[in-house]
Write a protein of this length. Structure first.
Length: 219
């Protein structure tokens, strides 16, 4: 199979671009839960089709909900909970490499377009979503130069931000390029815990538990 079956998803009509206004947080939370339930139901019978639905929903989060007031935190929590399920579905799907490559391209564009990082859990697990160490390594090779360029600009006094930094770390981790990951993190302008946690995982994967504990406690 090179592409999922055609399917009419109920949730797509509810996640049109600009579908929700400023005060629609509660309604959007409900629609997110409904959409995930729909995808899970389909996924139980057809994991490829379920994963296609998961990709489609993640693509629609930002365009549909970009105008909502998220200050209460309720919508962020609902989306984060949904993302855990959706990423698992895409990761576990028995998709051929050609189809997964298309999903990765679509999801990457969604990450780049995401204005409030609804999809940050996806970036955190990008290496897993790649489906194989080889694909993860290819993504790492593409992302490393961008990460380094962003950090160099920051060091020169021009704040620069790249939404794919964690995806790069995750890809290196999934590819088994542990020392390279540690070396890259050392180049960061500031050693945030959000970066160090990947280093901890790399050290544990290398069997260096004691060093991992020390690394996790660096100030």
């Amino acid at each position: 199979m090179t592409k999922p079956k055609s399917h009419k998803w109920t949730f797509t009509a509810r996640f049109r671009t600009n579908a929700y206004g400023w005060k629609a947080s509660r309604l959007a939370c409900k629609r997110v839960r409904e959409a995930v339930s729909e995808i899970k139901k389909v996924n139980r019978k057809d994991p490829i089709l379920g994963a296609e639905g998961a990709v489609k929903l993640m693509e629609k989060f930002w365009p549909a909900m970009q105008n909502i007031d998220t200050s209460s935190g309720a919508l962020g929590t609902a989306v984060t909970n949904a993302m855990g399920v959706l990423v698992d579905i895409v990761t576990d799907a028995p998709a051929p490499e050609s189809l997964r490559a298309k999903w990765l391209d679509r999801l990457w564009q969604a990450i780049m377009d995401d204005g409030v990082e609804y999809l940050s859990p996806l970036g955190d697990r990008w290496g897993e979503v790649c489906g194989s160490p080889e694909v993860a390594s290819q993504w790492a090779d593409e992302l490393i130069p961008v990460v380094r360029r962003t950090w160099e600009e920051t060091k020169l006094g021009t704040f620069s931000y790249f939404q794919g930094t964690h995806a790069c770390f995750s890809s290196l981790l999934a590819a088994g390029r542990y020392q390279e990951l540690l070396d890259l993190i050392d180049e960061a302008p500031k050693l945030h815990w959000s970066y160090r946690r990947y280093g901890v995982k790399a050290l544990l994967a290398m069997g260096q538990k004691g060093r991992a504990i020390k690394y996790a406690n660096l100030k």
